[in-house]
Design a protein around this ligand. Sequence first.
Ligand SMILES: Cc1ncc(COP(=O)(O)O)c(C=O)c1O
Length: 432
Amino acid sequence: MGETAPVSRYAIPAERLHGSVFDDRLLSMVFLNEIMARFPEAISFAPGAPHESLFEGVDVGRCVDRYAAYLRENGLSPDGVRSRLYQYGPSRGLVNDLVAEAVRRDERIDVGPDAVLLTVGAQEAIFLLLRVLHEAATDAVAVVEPTYPGLLGAARLLGLPVVGLGDDGAGPDPADLRELYQRTLKAGRRIRTLYLCPDFANPSGTQLSLERRKALLAEADRLDLLIIEDTAYRFTAAPGSAPPSMKALDDVGRVVQVGSFAKIAVPGARTGYLIADQRTDTGTTLAEHLATAKAALTINTAPIAQAVAGGLLLEHGGSIAELGRAKGELYRGNLRHLLAALRLHIGPPEGNAAGVRWNEPAGGFFVQMTLPIPADDALLYRSAREFGVLWTPMRAFYLGDDGEFRLRLSCSSLNPPQIDEGVVRLAKALSL
Ligand SMILES: Cc1ncc(COP(=O)(O)O)c(C=O)c1O
């Protein structure tokens, strides 16, 4: 332990590796992790990770037992249950019935288990959708900038071009989507999908109105493209406040919904799902086609992890919304606290004397802030070393350089007193 391993004689020429591992934007997340490890005492507004107190109520053994009991109630023998949990499983997943029932109950999305695919986090669902719905040589995926870097990373791995739409705080404008589609087509590529996070996007915090959702759906239908709806932060909406999900509004078959158990259960279970009830002309659901691709990637999502998610769902009346309810309240409280502290210590959100401004989302984990100076790695390093506060530079959330002056603040993993102290430190770091 602690000894350096001997360096092998053969050094792999770096240019033989795929360019994605040297991609600036992918590497920026590595830098962020390094800096967090280097300044463990700093208050970090960087990670979009769940609050650790929420793990206290999760007993993995109890969840697995609950799911095993459910299987027995449904006629499986003890040997059958053991095999279901310990053996390789079907690529489409195990808890498809529970997820289909949950989205019916919570969202009035009426699909069968064959429209559900269980994935290794929402991230794998996104990767599979980008893979299966596009031909890298001729197609493109559209995103709303700033966008979730996990999507940009997946597209980079696949060599799939990404094109960006603006967001004026209300989300993308359907007319802009049409214009981008035409422009991309003229440049020789067809947009096949639009990736959207309609409820409190990471990092913008934007939530789309009902009208905007309907208008985008109609436009997607006109342009013959699919919308990938990521619902990772939907559970943070105040009860009864969110418009229906885009999948619930979708009567033309244009939406594939992606969900994550990371923020409503535990990210350690690495479990997500997608709802893709569209059928190809062979009669097979898109979810089943995606399961074929998944078999070549991760074979199947760990059954034990799915049992944890399934057990938690059963403990919460089979409802994803119920599973996320208390957590959503905690995050709404944290976000309110962060917004109040920013007003108190930095000034009005529309711009203080130094020209620092930020948005005030109604949900989600994030606030985006614009500075009069570059929010780059050098400023982050200084901020950590001299002021003990960390945040995420937003360059990696953009396709071009538009994020240079922006940073993201996340309130999800902190307590209110840490948020207060962190904002005091941030105010000092930004008053240079
Ligand atoms: C918008 C969005 N989608 C998906 C994910 C990833 O979800 P999972 O952990 O289930 O892969 C994240 C994680 O931060 C996210 O912010």
